[in-house]
Design a protein around this ligand. Structure first.
Ligand code: PMP
Length: 345
């Protein structure tokens, strides 16, 4: 069978499947909400799930203080990103974003035959909204992806800069707030979705709630956009087990806040320790730190010690992203990095 040409040229998204002792490569969290496992006998697996995930959306409403009618839930924010493109993108439409940023924006863009353009970040990996607004006016993209806090750099825009973009372009702005709960001011734009006709905010329970394995994300937008997306969304997209877990998780927001506060503290300790090894780190508003290291084959050397962090190709060779782990995991990482750096000199 002949696949689409764009698919032929794509490499599949390849998460690490290397054996590990310490896994700090995927921005996951501890399993702190369900250490005892989950009681499955409350879930009717013989029945189709609630296609609209009503109860879950009510729980999300309570958490983010936005009406459940303005929310759609799905299999991670990844499904929500694809749903947006499925609904709005026609071949050759333009999609604008920054680089480096979350790789799935460009992968999905290719699959939907869009023309993907990315604005380069500044030498210090900050992102320039004025540049973005300028290019948006020139190129008139259908969709603009803004990841804030940004993966992999941790850079975060001020609230006002994003509003300026939304107000100054006709493009559909997709603001990806996957890491917002880890940021210092947590100034989400979910409460602004009804003020504009062109804003979608993406959120996930994969990060701060520690539910990456359950696959649960959601988007928030105005009624017209939600209506359009709901006509395209697959029926029963979110299974009953995940809906149940999501509702239970959202009853424990206090634990999530405690956890994210702890990660913020550990992040500043880890940042200081990486810096004291002579590594350049970049200020991060997420649950990871982006850093530069000159050691050749650092990723491979850490894998030999069963420690996983994220490495990059292309222009980002020599840059790494490490998830902030527990104090013990971070200390093990630092001890091993020190040994590797000392071996080199
Ligand atoms: N957006 C960003 C910025 C991410 O980093 C990720 C996960 N790496 C996602 C979306 C997707 O997350 P999920 O599908 O697990 O909700």
């Amino acid at each position: 069978m002949k696949v689409k040409n764009v698919v032929k040229d794509l490499k599949p998204y390849q998460p690490n499947d290397i054996p590990y002792t310490i896994k700090l490569d995927a921005n996951e969290s501890e399993n702190y909400l369900f250490p005892q496992g989950i009681m499955m006998n409350e879930i009717e697996v013989n029945r189709y799930p609630d296609s609209s995930a009503f109860e879950l959306r009510k729980s999300i409403q309570e958490f983010i203080k936005v009406d459940h009618k303005l929310i759609i839930a799905g299999n991670g924010s990844s499904e929500m990103i694809e749903l947006i493109l499925k609904t709005f993108i026609e071949p050759k439409d333009r999609i604008l974003s920054f680089e480096p940023s979350f790789s799935m924006y460009s992968i999905f863009s290719k699959i939907y035959f869009a023309d993907y353009v990315a604005v380069s970040s500044e030498p210090d990996f900050s992102l320039d909204m004025i540049k973005m607004i300028g290019l948006a006016k020139k190129l008139n993209p259908k969709v603009i992806f803004i990841c804030s806090p940004n993966n992999p750099t941790g850079f975060k825009f001020d609230h006002s800069e994003i509003i300026e973009l939304v107000q100054n372009t006709k493009s559909l702005i997709v603001l990806d707030e996957a890491y917002i709960e880890f940021s210092s001011d947590q100034d989400s734009l979910v409460s602004y979705v009804e003020s504009f006709d062109n804003l979608i905010v993406l959120r996930t329970l994969s990060k701060a709630f520690g539910l990456a394995g359950a696959r649960l994300g959601y988007l928030v937008s105005n009624q017209d956009i939600i209506h359009a997306l709901n006509t395209v969304k697959s029926p029963y997209n979110l299974n009953s087990i995940t809906q149940f877990i999501g509702i239970q998780a959202l009853k424990q927001v206090d634990k999530m806040i405690k956890f994210t506060n702890q990660i913020k503290q550990e992040k500043s300790v880890l940042d200081q320790k990486l810096s004291s090894l002579g590594l350049q780190t970049y200020s991060s508003e997420a649950n990871f730190i982006f850093f530069k290291c000159e050691v050749i084959d650092l990723f491979k050397k850490l894998v030999e010690r069963k420690i996983l962090i994220r490495s990059f190709g292309g222009l980002l060779v020599g840059y790494y992203r490490v998830t902030v782990g527990t104090r013990a995991q971070n200390e093990m990482l630092i001890a091993n990095l020190k040994e590797i750096i000392d071996e080199k000199s």
